[in-house]
Every structure is written in C-alpha cells, then in structure tokens.
Design a protein around this ligand. Sequence first.
Ligand SMILES: Nc1ncnc2c1ncn2[C@@H]1O[C@H](COP(=O)(O)OP(=O)(O)O)[C@@H](O)[C@H]1O
Ligand SMILES: [Mg+2]
Length: 241
Amino acid sequence: MQEQLRKDAKAVILFDAAVAPQVDDRWFAPDYWRGQGVLREQSGGRGGIAVMATPAGECVLRHYRRGGLIAALLGDRYLWRGAAATRSFAELRLLGTLAARGLPVPRGIAARYVRHGLFYSADLIMQRIDGTRTLAECLRDGQLNSALAGRVGTLLADFHRAGVWHADLNAHNILVGDDQLYLIDFDRGRLRQPAAGWQRANLQRLRRSLVKLGALQAGEQVFERELWQPLILQYERTLNA
Ligand SMILES: Nc1ncnc2c1ncn2[C@@H]1O[C@H](COP(=O)(O)OP(=O)(O)O)[C@@H](O)[C@H]1O
Ligand SMILES: [Mg+2]
C-alpha cells in the first residue's frame, strides 16, 4: 500500500495512492455517488454499508457505528486517542498487512476520521469482492455442507497461523466464492502471537454464530458430524501442516 494523507479542517483521509489517487471527502458520502448514478446499494442496519462504482472499481463504504448498549449513548462516536488508533486507520493498515501476506481479504482503498472535540467518527472504503455470498446465506440456502465447512476450516487456519485475531468472527464475515473464501470486517482485529487460547475462542464464536442462524435444525449430532467436525479437521490439518 502506498500510504498518503489528505487533510482539511476536521477530516483526515488515509489512502492507497497506488489505487485511488483522486480520493477526497466526497467519496465518503453515499449521496455523492447517488448523484453520479453509480450508487448500487445502501443498507441501514448497524453497518451502514453503501456499494458504489468508483474510479477505483466497485467499492464498499462502511460507516463505523457502536454496537451493544453503548450505541444508544455514543452512536457513531469514538473517543479520540490519536490518528493511528482510529478504527478506520487501524483497519485499513491491517488490511494492507494481510494482503501483503497473501491472505484473502478485500483490498483497502481509503480510511477517514472526522474530529468532534474529544470524539471522532470514521469510515472505510474497500474494494467489493464480487461473486460471493456470505456463509450465513449459504447456510440459509442449504449450501453449507461438509466440503464447504472444510474449506472454512482451512481459511481460518491460514489466518490463525499468521496470528490474525478477528474480533467478530461470525458467518456474515466469511464470504464464499466458487474458488476462494474471504474473511472481511477487521474492525478491532489485530495481529497476536499464535496461541491455542484465543484461536479456540475465535472458533467458538463462529460456532455460536452458526447455531444462532439455525445450524442445529437437523439436531446437534448431525451438525457435529456433517459440519463442525469437518471444519475442525481441516483447520487442524492446515494449522499443523
Ligand atoms: N468488501 C466486501 N465485498 C463484498 N461484500 C462485502 C464487503 N464488505 C462487506 N460486505 C457485505 O456487507 C456486510 C456488512 O459488512 P461488514 O464489513 O461485515 O460490516 P458490519 O458487520 O459492521 O455491518 C457483509 O456481511 C457482506 O455481506
Ligand atoms: Mg460484519
């Protein structure tokens, strides 16, 4: 990533000059893309995601919002602790590091923070990964089988071997393509010394997510035999390869 900064009175943008040299403040406003007739999708929810066709290709714009109880209090505001500690700069840089290691993640394009006194708000733009569905969608459509579960195990082991801790490993953050799987949503993610404790906790989080999405419908034994054991088997094989 060829890091470059662009600053105005309140906002600072960190971007990859090799991919999007022309990025400016307008890139972070869905209305700007709507005005150009290239806004493809906009969804509410916690994420607040927009998909648009930019000069740097199809991109996803995510506005950072707080989750849980603190959301009612702080909404999209985070306590300022310096530029490098902003959610958006940290995630953009982590994406750059992971891509450089050959891990399958979206290409980071630009990150922004906007100061509001003691607080800031933040946004991230990354390239959209085309031709994929989330693992949650695969489960819903009955396409999560032993083979796919095994591929997920291999994917997670690749990240864990590289010491990548994902703060929110759930079935919506795994994208499934015909030949490739991807991990997305690295907000609060970081590199850690590989260790069985956090790696297992990461896997358990994914298991809870699958259960919450209805993976136990055919019974826990079927889930264990058809999905979870194949996933763990491929995970262990790759981790110890
Ligand atoms: N780079 C991307 N390429 C394709 N789809 C994406 C990409 N980033 C996000 N999405 C889609 O948008 C959803 C929400 O994005 P995510 O980054 O996980 O934010 P959040 O979980 O905070 O809402 C994902 O579950 C996925 O369906
Ligand atoms: Mg997500």
